[in-house]
Design a protein. Structure first.
Length: 354
């Protein structure tokens, strides 16, 4: 059966909700020029990184230039996906009224169409975080990441599936909305997913055409080197995003919940579920920028529409609330959290012998 969430009394849960609501209101009321400057600066660095990478690849025959081009392009893609795209599409900067940062129209540098991601991630995942049967990010339809998922011989491939998902992460995110596992089980028909296929194919064609045809062709005889550089940059982005996201959701200690446990949730109970189902990653300010501030996954799950660079400032207050109410605040280094996730993936590939 699912993990027991908490022994808190209803009054304590209401107090937690009130404290976190007050913290959110205080931060939201303080948003202004410094927050706008921050995201504009990140966008400027991302664009400069992409331009610099493209220029360096015109000298890709020289190994340091090729490596520099790969590094710059990988940085550009990581910033675009993690600190800009993910957070902009959460509505963190809608208050600025900047068309380029509009959560409803923003499109990012990956094959998953922004509109489909906004539906599956912003609504489904953030509403039903870690609820088995509701949150499709629990295992992404292919992995066993909790004992509460019944074991099946299929899960013997757990490590292999996870490795493939890491390498092709942007494609996994794109296919997530299709719910392929439900199609295989006969619970969803192709008629249900047909409207999704057109946007997916068009976005994939644009991304592949740009990265694997246009930019290589523009470098003439260096096209094979440019193609390899673009593949490598996408791979680096995929592996990084996979590691950060899995370390924020699935290390040891994070809880999962049943639909019954989440019925008729109060605001305070929703907050407690976010606290217990998330984990942070310790790191430097640069690490947090590169992770889209998802090293503060707890704070992100509590306040997904607040600008992410604010999470580091409010994290001590969130931790203090957890300590006052005897709630765990899961955090650890990247190596510790990633090691925990990898061990869990291997352990849950096997049935639990009793």
């Amino acid at each position: 059966m699912a993990t027991k969430t908490t022994d808190l009394e209803p009054g304590a849960i209401d107090r937690i909700g009130a404290e976190l609501d007050a913290l959110r209101r205080r931060v939201a009321a303080d948003l202004g020029a410094a927050d706008a400057d921050y995201i504009h600066n990140v966008v400027a660095v991302q664009r400069l990184s992409e331009a610099g990478g493209r220029v360096l690849l015109f000298a890709g025959w020289f190994p340091p230039a090729w490596l520099g081009g790969v590094a710059a392009l990988a940085l550009s893609k990581i910033l675009d996906n993690m600190e800009i795209g993910h957070n902009v599409m959460h509505g963190q900067y809608d208050w600025m009224k900047d068309p380029a940062l509009n959560s409803r129209t923003f499109e990012w540098d990956m094959v998953c169409p922004g509109g489909q991601w906004r539906r599956s991630h912003n609504f489904t995942h953030h509403t039903y975080t870690n609820i088995l049967g509701k949150d499709r990010d629990v295992g992404y339809g292919i992995l066993r990441i909790t004992e509460d998922q019944p074991w099946h011989p299929y899960y013997l491939g757990n490590p292999l599936y996870a490795a493939a998902q890491a390498v092709f992460f942007e494609y996994g995110i794109m296919l997530h909305d299709l719910e392929m596992d439900r199609i295989v089980q006969g619970k969803r028909g192709w008629a249900d997913v047909r409207p999704l296929l057109g946007p997916m194919l068009r976005k994939t064609a644009r991304q592949a055409g740009r990265d694997y045809v246009l930019h290589p062709v523009l470098t003439g005889p260096l096209a094979p080197l440019t193609l390899t550089a673009n593949i490598t940059a996408n791979l680096v982005r995929n592996l990084w995003a996979f590691a950060i996201i899995f370390c924020g959701h699935f290390p040891d200690g994070t809880e999962v919940f049943t639909e019954e446990q989440s019925q008729d949730e109060s605001r305070g109970q929703w907050y407690v579920r976010q606290l217990l189902g998330s984990a942070n990653i310790d790191g430097s300010p640069l690490f947090h920028v590169l992770s889209g501030n998802l090293g503060h996954q707890i704070e992100h799950h509590l306040f997904p529409d607040l600008p992410s660079h604010r999470y580091s400032r409010i994290a001590p207050e969130v931790r203090a609330i957890c300590e006052r109410h005897d709630l765990p605040y899961h955090t650890g280094s990247l190596s510790r959290q990633l090691g925990s996730v990898v061990r869990k993936i291997f352990r849950l590939a096997l049935p639990r012998w009793r």
